[in-house]
Design a protein around this ligand. Sequence first.
Ligand SMILES: *[C@@H]1O[C@H](CO)[C@@H](O)[C@H](O)[C@H]1NC(C)=O
Ligand SMILES: *[C@@H]1O[C@H](CO)[C@@H](O)[C@H](O)[C@H]1NC(C)=O
Ligand SMILES: *[C@@H]1O[C@H](CO)[C@@H](O)[C@H](O)[C@H]1NC(C)=O
Ligand SMILES: *[C@@H]1O[C@H](CO)[C@@H](O)[C@H](O)[C@H]1NC(C)=O
Ligand SMILES: *[C@@H]1O[C@H](CO)[C@@H](O)[C@H](O)[C@H]1NC(C)=O
Ligand SMILES: *[C@@H]1O[C@H](CO)[C@@H](O)[C@H](O)[C@H]1NC(C)=O
Length: 369
Amino acid sequence: MARWAVLPLLACFLSGASSATIAPKVFIISMFSSEAAVWSGIPEFNVYAQNITVPGFSPLFPTAHCTGDGSVCLLTTGQAEINAASTISSLLHAQTFNLTYTYFLVAGIAGVSPKVATIASVTFARYAVQVALQYEIDAREMPANFATGYFPEGSTAPGQLPGVGWWDGTEVFEVNDDLRRLAFGFASTATLNDTADAQAARALYANSTSFTAGASPPSVVLCDTATSDVFWTGNLLGTAFENTTRVFTNGGAEYCTSQQEDNATLNALLRGALFGLVDFARIIVMRSGSDFDRPYPGQTVLDNLLGPTPGWNSALMNLHLAGVKVVEGIVNEWESKFARGVKASNYIGDVFGSLGGSPDFGPTTQTSA
Ligand SMILES: *[C@@H]1O[C@H](CO)[C@@H](O)[C@H](O)[C@H]1NC(C)=O
Ligand SMILES: *[C@@H]1O[C@H](CO)[C@@H](O)[C@H](O)[C@H]1NC(C)=O
Ligand SMILES: *[C@@H]1O[C@H](CO)[C@@H](O)[C@H](O)[C@H]1NC(C)=O
Ligand SMILES: *[C@@H]1O[C@H](CO)[C@@H](O)[C@H](O)[C@H]1NC(C)=O
Ligand SMILES: *[C@@H]1O[C@H](CO)[C@@H](O)[C@H](O)[C@H]1NC(C)=O
Ligand SMILES: *[C@@H]1O[C@H](CO)[C@@H](O)[C@H](O)[C@H]1NC(C)=O
């Protein structure tokens, strides 16, 4: 008995960690080192005042970082879905943190569709769709009547929903739209960074009437995000995944950004929410555009993928410039508003209705695979 009581204290002492539980108001989630770096040396707060080792974090990013008072924290998941899911799951079970009332701000860069937004824009998603969780036939071998080699599991052609019994529950996540609109309002007070190089890159999209948004100056935009481990590019895959995003959400989502983690992060948070470890209504998915997901007219797809990324620096800077307004908005109005939460007027959660309510996407009844 005594041994068990003493061991955790001893472990605490040996690791030098404080035994006090940290209950952050906002936890910023970055995916790789450049995204984390934008929160270093900023005037608003010092999120590196406490470094906390969390068992289960990536060996590349083993510690969470917090301000001295613990109100704002930051972690880096590591890139792609497996790292995101593993890191967030580990966070949920870390004894150091009480995340019951914490807001999570996913703050990362992404590919951006010139149909909806542009490089250096900052977007806030309501839906995250896992577009690559599908069958794939190499396009060179696909049936002549297919427009893409991707089609949902349990379906027979592109454009269909996954078959009954084939849904894994991670295909679509919907987050709190009321909170999203508050975050959009906070972020809209920021002056976004832009550069001459990014402006020149955007101008090349002015040639297509479909790409009016891509050719316009950066702004804060409400539009949805797609997750895939594969870093894809091009008009055909772009259109295919726009279609997938629309079909999986019954037309509710408008695809605009492409990234490699968000559904995994959301899946881990949803599992935590099922056991009261986090509140799924307190999640904000913010992605800024670092590169276009498809070429400008006359550019090859390969050049678009491998060429320079003139939006990169501004996209990273804008994560801080817009994101810090969201963090401050939540912290400053903590007592008056955010501590008690923002009621979602839309459905939130997964296709199974795991958190209660009826999803406004997917088939009307659902069973797991
Ligand atoms: C936390 O780690 C960062 C580097 O990641 C370092 O600059 C900082 O000094 C550390 N803070 C403490 C309190 O050790
Ligand atoms: C976490 O904090 C909340 C609010 O203070 C409290 O009700 C809850 O008991 C805490 N959970 C744990 C595991 O300490
Ligand atoms: C991924 O998460 C987004 C919410 O950010 C949700 O809209 C989308 O439906 C999710 N996709 C899958 C396949 O889970
Ligand atoms: C964007 O950031 C770069 C690098 O710090 C700076 O040179 C440039 O003036 C900034 N542009 C705007 C519009 O803030
Ligand atoms: C996307 O959907 C539209 C409308 O259903 C269809 O005409 C088009 O062929 C699809 N494109 C791809 C690449 O899936
Ligand atoms: C517009 O696009 C066409 C190809 O679709 C290309 O030949 C032409 O050079 C482009 N014009 C400009 C100004 O980029």
